[in-house]
Design a protein. Sequence first.
Length: 221
Amino acid sequence: PIWLESIVPSDNRNPLMLVMLKPVVFGLPIFLVCLYAGRCEAQASCPSSGCAKSGLSSVALEEKAGLVARLLAAKEASGKTFDDIGNELGLTNAYTANLFYGQAQLKPGTVLKLRKAVPGISEDDLTLMQKAPMRSFDPSILQEPTVYRLYEAITHYGEAIKTLINEQLGDGIMSAIDFYLDVGHTTGKKGEKRVVITMNGKYLPHVEQMTADNTVPGPRD
């Protein structure tokens, strides 16, 4: 069965179309979310890098896709894994991978290390990597099984994780900015390979908004 709902804002612009498909074969719902100007269009009408979203033009998407393709080709030519490259850079493997996917900024102090680790990256691309990236993602990535299972795990355990953070640290959240992510693996008691994903984020408490601490109060015209 297919359930389709259109959530239309009061100004009748940019409705959010949410489609939930429930394939019998897998027994688990797959969520496809399309947020376009006025309607949910077929993916075939979008460039290979994804559909343009507000703040990220189709030209910017294509430029980013081109950069990512060149960086991944240079990595492939080096014969190194993200673990190998990350060890040479002194960075986590996840941050290193994000550099190659245009989701993180290459800092000046790391340029020389990356040039040595992956000599196939051009000087022009090293310069592009040092610009503040437009971090984004194509919603269709949720259709990829590995990504969807991670999404499912976080949403399934979300309330428990929130409660545990509150119990241990207080009323606050985990930062995804002052944040470290590492992907590893171990061997279970039965000899099976197991994935280990470690998220290490700074605790950010919700502040009590005291008027005396508000350095820029709103005008009272």
